[in-house]
Design a protein around this ligand. Structure first.
Ligand code: AMP
Ligand code: MG
Length: 349
């Protein structure tokens, strides 16, 4: 299936890699690029054939839409319609959070190919704050479609090494920009006019920009746990329950008192802050313990390390189950918990 690209040429950091990425994108190819959230698999968003290569390399179903990254603000009206009655709040959100990890779902223009939005009338747009990504998209001077650079449903990559574990042999170039500064995918929101001056802000995916960050701009509606989402219903495209799944089964252990280890089974612990007072460290003879934010448990740090540590645990041999401590369900912790729940829903397949 991937015979056209027999191997990934290299993981590269040099200036040459930036130029090569631009040339590949211009030529209708796909490349993995660093962003501040997670690594993205990029194509020219206006080139349907190039975008199709993203779906193929990721084995992503065609109903799961992609995020479109803009080189600068002048591109916004070319890909999305900013409704008049929401313009003020959209301007304020852009001023506060762009470039950065906030994605807005807006009505799309005809310029955006249907394959990018999975046939939806809306498009998800953002601007990345990563220096290398910015250099590449500025040189390309076109919007870039870029979902996370992992195989569909798997753990998102937060380093170039993780991308090569996911996609080696399927893409011609991975541009190495180091570890991702945020480590979690962007927050995705949809705005809806409400009766008062403030709109509803529907949080479709929790992320680095938190409900607390957004609440001064509107009334927050969290949609991540609604039943349609959990059931993988088609009206919630892309918000599938079976994301971020490790191959080893994962369970969130809400209370340490509920743990009944089975003899002969090997367990690994994903700990929040590695504090014995939390009651998890001594529950069993863990085959491995990795800690999201050692010490006082800082949620942004836990977010940065989350996918990286989950990937490390998933790579261990002979582990029967990953046990995850819950983290506080607020701030960036809400984004971690959303991903943990999805990882638990469909792990081990
Ligand atoms: P990824 O970057 O791999 O997390 O994939 C992008 C995600 O953006 C998709 O899985 C969807 O959750 C979301 N998305 C993209 N376009 C839309 C849209 N038009 N409406 C709602 N969600 C979207
Ligand atoms: Mg993804």
């Amino acid at each position: 299936m991937y015979t056209e690209i027999a191997y990934t040429e290299s993981v590269r950091t040099t200036k040459g890699a930036i130029n090569d990425a631009v040339l590949l994108l211009r030529g209708g190819d796909i490349v993995a690029l660093p962003t501040e959230t997670v690594y993205g698999l990029a194509a020219d968003a206006f080139d349907s054939t190039a975008v199709a290569k993203i779906f193929e390399a990721k084995e992503r179903p065609a109903f799961d839409p992609l995020i479109v990254h803009l080189p600068n603000l002048k591109w916004l009206p070319k890909v999305a319609v900013v409704p008049d009655d929401l313009r003020e709040v959209i301007d304020a959100l852009i001023k506060a959070f762009w470039p950065g990890p906030l994605t807005l779902v807006l009505p799309k223009t005809d310029a955006v190919p249907d394959i990018v939005t999975a046939g939806l009338p809306t498009v998800a747009v953002r601007m990345s704050d990563h220096e290398i990504f910015k250099k590449i998209i500025t040189a390309l001077d076109q919007p870039i479609a870029a979902p996370s650079a992992n195989r569909f449903g798997r753990i998102s990559p937060t380093s170039a090494t993780a991308v090569s574990e996911e996609l080696d042999g399927r893409i011609p170039l991975i541009v190495d920009g180091g570890a991702c500064a945020r480590g979690l995918e962007s927050t995705i929101i949809r705005l809806e006019k409400a009766r008062g001056p403030k709109p509803f802000i529907h949080i479709l995916r929790a992320g680095p920009i938190t409900a607390e960050d957004l609440k001064k701009f509107g009334k927050i509606v969290t949609e991540a746990h609604n039943e349609a989402v959990e059931a993988n219903a088609p009206e919630a495209p892309g918000m599938l329950a079976n994301h971020y799944a490790p191959t080893t089964p994962l369970r969130i252990l809400s209370s340490p008192d509920d743990f009944r280890p089975e003899p002969g089974r090997r367990y690994a612990l994903l700990s929040y802050r590695g504090d014995k007072k939390d009651g998890y460290l001594k529950l069993t003879d863990w085959a491995e313990t990795l800690v999201l934010s050692p010490g006082s448990g800082k949620l942004p740090e836990a977010g940065i390390r989350f996918f990286h540590l989950l990937r490390q645990l998933d790579k261990l041999e002979d582990i029967d189950e990953i046990i995850a401590e819950p983290v506080p369900d607020r701030g960036v912790g809400a984004a971690i918990m959303e991903r943990l729940r999805k990882a638990a829903a469909k792990s081990g397949v």
